[in-house]
Design a protein. Structure first.
Length: 368
């Protein structure tokens, strides 16, 4: 699936309640309204002061406050009736009308494809993709499937050793992560020869042709597309945000995320935050957050579950400081905790989505 401005615009239009899995009514009430499983209906989410109502067949239902939007939402949905509740699965958005009765959205009905709904309902994160690269993961188990050996060997063989890490290696891993697949195609450029998303698509296609279950591959692709969507939404707010997986052959996988808020007149060069997370047999589970201010000053925080790892990090801070100083950076602070990273720690709040304008550009500035 191509991650394009149209896709991001569709996401921006969709009421958050659709993504919560809570747009449902009790089965007895659904049956009393004459609703049937598989039926297509029209419904409205209407704001009434501090209350939000779902209106279907002139019957009103209370919704949580998180369903509120600036304007009312009229949509088409498919009914799925279960033992206890009936779920409304949106299939398209219908233009709102003003007091004159004219549609305020000249583009008309906005369909929501099953793939888009899968993407919107996707939990996010890179868990599925990470499982493919595990030692006993999905890719290693598929290498003997006819037609897959070369593709899987390319993906697994592309993983560098942790000892080979340098700026060039990281740059290449980011370029092959799949975040840039559509961007390069749109610009009529060759995609990276080891592009994860492209290769996983090929694996999924071949498995489908052979009648094999490719659900784990498709979920991994959704991980990448979810990250792409997040990046595009941030760009529309002049922010930078992306998440990707860095798989290593001898160190497991590292989750990398990056965020930089939008520049302002008072803060033309805002700080940016890198988050790393890994869990492997060598060092256990480790989190590292680095905030870069004024492009050279680092505020670092590390959490490690193993005592020996946190102790080693504390004993190595001077060596790390010297290495960073040679690169033109300095550590302002470095806190190290022998514990898990607190679950409530948040590095940024996502901005409200806005419709995209302009052409489809790069997801991140790779040079940065």
């Amino acid at each position: 699936m191509l991650v394009t401005p149209d896709l991001v615009n569709a996401v921006a239009k969709i009421n958050p309640i659709f993504l919560e899995g809570t747009l449902k009514i009790a089965s007895p009430e659904a049956k009393a309204l004459g609703l049937k499983d598989g039926q297509i209906v029209q419904a409205v989410i209407e704001n009434r002061g501090e209350r939000t109502k779902l209106i279907i067949n002139n019957k009103e239902f209370d919704l949580p406050k998180n369903a509120q939007q600036a304007t009312d939402t009229k949509f088409q949905a498919k009914i799925s009736i279960g033992p206890k509740s009936a779920l409304l699965i949106p299939t398209g958005l219908i233009p709102n009308t003003s007091g004159t009765g004219l549609a305020t959205n000249p583009t008309g009905f906005t369909p929501i494809s099953p793939h888009l709904m899968n993407l919107l309902l996707h939990s996010g994160g890179l868990v599925n993709l990470q499982q493919l690269f595990n030692v006993n993961g999905g890719l290693a188990n598929l290498i003997n499937v006819s037609g897959l050996a070369d593709l899987i060997t390319r993906l697994l063989g592309a993983r560098p050793s942790i000892s080979q890490i340098n700026s060039s290696t990281i740059r290449d891993m980011i370029l092959s992560s799949g975040l840039f697949t559509e961007m390069r195609l749109a610009q009529k450029q060759n995609i990276h020869p080891l592009d994860q998303k492209n290769i996983l698509y090929q694996i999924s296609r071949i498995m489908g042709e052979r009648g094999l279950d490719a659900s784990n591959i498709n979920r991994a692709i959704l991980d990448i597309e979810s990250s792409q969507l997040e990046s595009q939404q941030s760009m529309n707010n002049r922010e930078l945000s992306f998440s990707l997986l860095l798989p290593f052959k001898d160190f497991g996988s590292v989750n990398l995320s990056f965020f930089r808020k939008a520049p302002t007149r008072s803060d033309p060069k805002p700080s940016y935050t890198f988050n790393l997370h890994t869990k492997n047999e060598l060092i256990g589970e480790v989190w590292l957050r680095t905030v870069v201010e004024k492009e050279i000053s680092l505020k670092m925080t590390m959490w490690a579950l193993r005592t020996e790892i946190s102790d080693k990090a504390k004993n190595s801070t001077k060596q790390l400081g010297d290495l960073l100083e040679n690169a033109g950076l300095k550590i302002d602070s470095f806190e190290i905790f022998n514990s898990a990273r607190p679950g409530k720690t948040k590095d940024h709040q996502p901005s409200k989505l806005k419709p995209l304008s302009g052409s489809f550009g790069s997801v991140v500035d790779i040079e940065a």
